[in-house]
Write a protein that binds this ligand. Structure first.
Ligand SMILES: [Zn+2]
Ligand SMILES: [Zn+2]
Length: 215
């Protein structure tokens, strides 16, 4: 005799399935309890797929109405939604800071990523800058191991700065979105530089000849 952990009834060994991984060679729950659990699981799955099918059908017939409702809801509750999103992201960052930092490090160290590059090209086109062939951030990163702004070895988060700005001040030349006009920098140095001219940065200590005519 063996007592089932679920129904707590003492039953013959025949009432249990065999399980060689357990010390007595039998499952903890009796056949009846296991069958009930399997049936329950089956019902849950059926309910779920039925609900999903109903949801799909609703969206197929009333898609426009539902989307309009969603838009109206977001318009009316935008601030609340954004506050919730911000709170969620703050919590996520607090819990996963290291993971996020590593993600950015990997992303910028090896390749800016096709999406980021597509975004950079759209931005360049928008401000009327000329755009060269595909940019290999990997090659740039290899060719220039040092930050061109502070002259120190690159580490941590790296950004790619247009040496001649895509959005110059009035009367100054406009840079192009090309490999020649891009240099890797520390994120902190690029943020510190903002859109100042190199000549105006009293802390600039990178090489004077960076292979690009600097404004
Ligand atoms: Zn049982
Ligand atoms: Zn730097």
């Amino acid at each position: 005799m063996k007592t089932c952990t679920k129904c707590k009834e003492p039953k013959d060994r025949d009432a249990f399935h065999r399980d060689s991984s357990r010390s007595d060679g039998l499952t903890a729950q009796c056949k009846t309890c296991r069958a009930a659990k399997a049936a329950e699981r089956q019902r849950t799955e059926e309910t779920r797929s039925l609900e999903a099918a109903r949801h799909r059908a609703r969206r197929a017939t009333n898609g426009d109405t539902i989307r309009a409702k969603d838009r109206a809801y977001r318009a009316a509750n935008g601030d609340t939604i954004r506050a919730k999103d911000r709170a969620y992201m703050a919590g996520y960052r607090a819990a996963n800071g290291d993971k996020l930092r590593q993600y950015h490090r990997d992303r910028y160290a090896t390749d800016s990523g096709p999406k980021l590059e597509a975004k950079a090209r759209r931005k360049a086109a928008k401000v009327g800058s000329s755009i060269g062939g595909p940019i290999s951030y990997k090659i740039l990163r290899t060719r220039f191991p040092d930050c061109y702004l502070c002259g120190q070895t690159l580490s941590g988060r790296v950004q790619y700065d247009h040496v001649i700005p895509l959005q110059p001040r009035p009367g100054e030349p406009q840079g192009a979105h090309t490999t020649d006009n891009l240099r890797p920098t520390h994120e902190r140095c690029n943020l510190r530089k903002s859109n100042a001219r190199l000549a105006d940065l009293d802390w600039y200590s990178g090489p004077t000849d960076i292979g690009v005519p600097v404004p």
